[in-house]
Design a protein around this ligand. Sequence first.
Ligand code: GLU
Length: 414
Amino acid sequence: MASNGVSPFEQAQLQLSRALKIQKVSDALRARLQKPEREITVAIPVTMDDGTTRVFEGYRVQYSSLRGPYKGGIRFHHDANIDEVKALAFWMTIKCAVAGIPMGGGKGGITLDPKELSKGELERLSRGWVGALYPVLGPERDVPAPDVNTTPEIMRWMADEYKKLTGDIRNGTFTGKPLDYGGSEGRGAATGAGGFDVFKALQTEMKLPESVSVVIQGVGNVGGNAAKIFHALGHKVLAMSDSKGGVYSPRGLDPDAVEKYKKENGALKGFPHAKYISNGKLLELPCDVLIPAALENQITKKNARNIKAKVVLELANGPTSTEADDVLFKKGVHVVPDVLANSGGVVVSTYEWEQNLKGEHWSEKDVLHKLRKLLDRESKNVWERSKKLKTDLRRAAFALALERLEEALYAKKV
Ligand code: GLU
């Protein structure tokens, strides 16, 4: 439950009802989007290294198959729960529609602190998740992928387990796999790279300077790659953080050095020539682009007034509450919503699925070029819609998604 007493799923439904005020849809679609098509909670028993058995709670929510197979990652986190997974699965439904990829929306998770498990325990748990859920997965049915704390290696274990249990050797059930196991070129950095593409597509419209200053919350796969890309392409990364706190240097950070320091020291504290600050302070730093790339509900009515960024580029899912959306909109801060800004990951996942099913392997250049073209087009689509409807980018993105979901529903009926 978020600090404002609104759960992530309530937050997601609030976003939907706000968008429904500006985008008229059929009663049938409205009704279908209130609830997931299927939500499953499973108990996963794991033999721990000391011989004892621990039972973990796992989830898969299949929100909507209107536009294609369910698609979305699996989150390993100590706070993961069915309500959060439901919200994330709903956002995947909207995200895939905004991107215009032939996928529905789903999400999965396991409640655990991955740092507490040995590699062997983690592998048995990952395989256990597949063992409990494989009958509802498959390339035409539901295609999971990585999310918070799930890596290509975990996808390898899961894909391997799925093959063993079903005999389906097409390898198109999990995406985000390692390159030597049917993964796609470009998938590792795709969410960060896609975030940069969305920023580039809207940079002029959002009246940002040629070279921008960036503050990033989160140094996982998404935040870490975003930092490297912005830095490599001539922008200044002022601050980066992990779950404990952040480092800030007005002169700019070298993201590779920050990553190396974290690897060697297990924390960011003590990183040379930088100030150590709290995650709360980091969000309020003056900058051009603020990138939340960690968890939900970071920008709320409590701190929205103190945000000094010109643009919030949401690479996390659900980092901004609707109340904060309104405060920021009034202040003239553009919030580029998660369902557009972080869609690079699922787009390249879909390319991976397509390559697997066709038995092809595309070059990194081709993958990233295709991704850039798609995100450029859909970012401009969302921007124009926001101008036309005189609304924020989140409502505009939802409006675009709702239109596409309506088309899919209509096509099913005729
Ligand atoms: N977990 C990512 C997301 O939230 C990627 C999902 C995928 O690749 O299917 O969009």
